[in-house]
Design a protein around this ligand. Structure first.
Ligand code: NAI
Length: 550
């Protein structure tokens, strides 16, 4: 087990110590620590254990009347006492994840300037061009292993939120720590503020970002390049995870940097992996192989293409040639079916533009292509209508319906609709959580196909092996490792993913599989330990207070 363990000699004292969120223990400082560290009188006399402190946090949290208030409360706890924050999050993941991540984080980003209290993370703006390296050096921790960076242009399915998108890198990194035990001080959230096209933000006096239109073209590329180069200089051991960039930039940046630095795009690769794991689970209910089926996507952006690319890789592993595997994946975008004859297709869609007559609408596409699965990744709420799901149920004994758009408000259909409109036969998963559904006397527990099952474990495996690159193969083995963690009992309940409280074990399995790939492909820089899984487990951070004065 690993804790944040500072050197006692260099520890701040008194008031300063109480206001350091990484070191603070609040009322849990021991008598000896209070004496030795100048804390006498600065704390009420009664000592409380971490358990009692957690009890107080839960009492306060549950008294709040809205999720946004709960989010604000949890962020302020993180700013006061990180160890306690992670204790509460880890012990109550089911309750906390929807608060610190999707869907509540979406609401928080939409109101970010209005609920802003203390800055967290690094804000690098277009006006900092030429001195980005100095900004990175202002960060108080030197050993950074993972950076989540956004430019705020496509926050969840909510569009351009500019610098207010900072809630996303912060939330994702909190999940790295909570779900995979990556030390909090190894994590750095970054916003590249290049402006926004969001009129209401530009006119909002409380908006926290630059009041300018987005930087584009060569200037934008130079700015991102300066950031990447500065990271290589200041934080050479860091993974750079690109997050919630608009898709034209996301695909380009991934292609540009994936063979140069240790980087990945979770919206593309992480989503691919979590969805593939869900499809493997679904196959255990339907029988058959991945390669025998047709998949129809609603939405042809980062998420959709990321999923299809990984399905193609998985079919390849089942022996299907790439061209044939691609023909099993079909896309409908905002203009209709993606086919060869269309001249308006962005480069990332072209590999999936098949020779076929054009079909304008999704329902007709279902009728003609008869897919085994429909996968919603459009950000369009309610796009899966009753006739569409009835058509899926008519063509499939167990139709697979994944409504992955986030947050919950943007899902293509609700869990209830998926079950009700298919007579309870749908195999359903969503991106954001849905409550269990009662239908005809049965309880269905929808699985959350959230990337949080994948990226923390991938990050842990890459960090533990000190891999130089993050590869597609790592996301493929991550999907398989995740699917292995789904029990028959989970499947019987309708859950394509393991329960959230098991996520740290799941992340450890994924990390081990990912690190194995790093060693097998010569990408690892750390010596290979005798027992890889045990070694990784021993590195996982636990939110337990250290003893500063033994
Ligand atoms: P994107 O902007 O790259 O792609 C959106 C796609 O939807 C585009 O191809 C667009 O043409 C299509 N689209 C938009 N309106 C449409 C309409 N009316 N009819 C048909 N197609 C339409 O966005 P990205 O990154 O692919 O994300 C899409 C959604 O997936 C978001 O809501 C995001 O939150 C969600 N997502 C969920 C994940 C998960 O939980 N596992 C992970 C990543 C994304």
């Amino acid at each position: 087990m690993c804790r944040e363990n500072p050197h006692t000699e260099t520890l701040p004292r008194g008031f300063q110590l109480l206001h350091d969120p990484v070191l603070n223990k609040g009322t849990a400082f021991t008598e000896a620590e209070r004496d030795a560290l100048g804390l006498r009188g600065l704390l009420p006399p009664r000592l409380h254990t971490q358990d009692v402190q957690a009890m107080r946090v839960l009492e306060n949290l549950r008294r709040k009347t809205t999720d946004l208030e709960r989010y604000i409360y949890l962020v302020s706890l993180q700013d006061r006492n990180e160890t306690l924050f992670y204790r509460v999050v880890v012990d109550h993941l089911d309750e906390m994840m929807p608060l610190i991540y999707t869907p509540t984080v979406g609401k928080a980003c939409q109101a970010y300037g209005h609920i802003f209290r203390r800055p967290r993370g690094l804000f690098i703006s277009a006006e900092d061009q030429g001195r980005v390296v100095n900004l990175l050096r202002n960060w108080p921790y030197e050993d950074i292993r993972i950076i989540v960076v956004t430019d705020g242009e496509r926050i969840l399915g909510l569009g351009d939120l500019g610098a207010d998108g900072m809630g996303i890198p912060i939330g994702k990194l909190a999940l790295y720590t909570a779900c995979a035990g990556i030390r909090p001080t190894w994590c750095l959230p970054v916003t590249l503020d290049v402006g926004t096209e969001n009129e209401s933000l530009l006119n909002d006096p409380l908006y926290i970002g630059l009041q300018r239109r987005r930087m584009r073209g060569a200037a934008y590329d130079e700015f991102v390049e300066e950031f990447v180069t500065a990271v290589e200089t200041v934080f050479p051991h860091a993974i750079v995870q690109f997050e919630d960039f608009a898709n034209a930039n996301a695909f380009r940046l991934l292609a540009k940097y994936r063979n140069r630095i240790c980087t990945f795009d979770d919206d593309i690769q992480g989503t691919g992996s979590v969805a593939l794991a869900g499809l493997y689970s679904a196959l255990r209910l339907t029988g058959g192989q991945l390669r025998d089926r047709t998949y129809l996507f609603f939405g042809a952006g980062e998420a959709g293409i990321g999923i299809a690319d990984l399905i193609v890789a998985a079919m390849g592993a089942e022996g299907l040639p790439e061209a044939e595997a691609r023909r099993r994946c079909w896309f409908v975008d905002s203009k209709g079916l993606v086919v060869r004859s269309r001249s308006d297709l962005a480069p990332h869609k072209r590999p999936y533009a098949h020779e076929h007559e054009f079909i304008a609408d999704f329902l007709s596409a279902i009728e003609v292509l008869r897919p085994a699965a429909i996968i919603g990744v459009s950000g369009v709420a309610g796009a899966f209508t009753r006739p569409m799901l009835e058509a899926m149920a008519a063509h499939n004994e167990r139709p697979v319906v994944f409504a992955l758009s986030n947050p919950t408000s943007q899902a293509e259909c609700t869990a209830e609709q998926a079950y009700a409109w298919t007579e309870g036969r749908a195999i359903f998963a969503s991106g954001s959580p849905f409550d269990p559904v009662e239908y005809r006397g049965r309880t269905y527990v929808p699985g959350q196909g959230n990337n949080a099952y994948i990226f923390p474990g991938v990050g842990l495996g890459v960090i533990a092996s000190e891999a130089r690159r993050v590869t597609d193969e790592m996301f493929f083995v991550a999907a398989k490792a995740l699917a292995r963690e789904v029990s028959t009992a989970d499947l019987e309940l309708g859950r394509m993913y393991p329960p959230l409280p098991r996520i740290r074990e799941v992340s450890l399995s994924i990390a081990t599989a990912v690190a194995e790939v790093a060693y097998a492909r010569g990408l690892a820089q750390a010596p290979k330990p005798h027992d890889l899984s045990e070694h990784i487990r021993s590195q996982m951070y636990e939110p337990v207070y250290p003893n500063y004065v033994p």
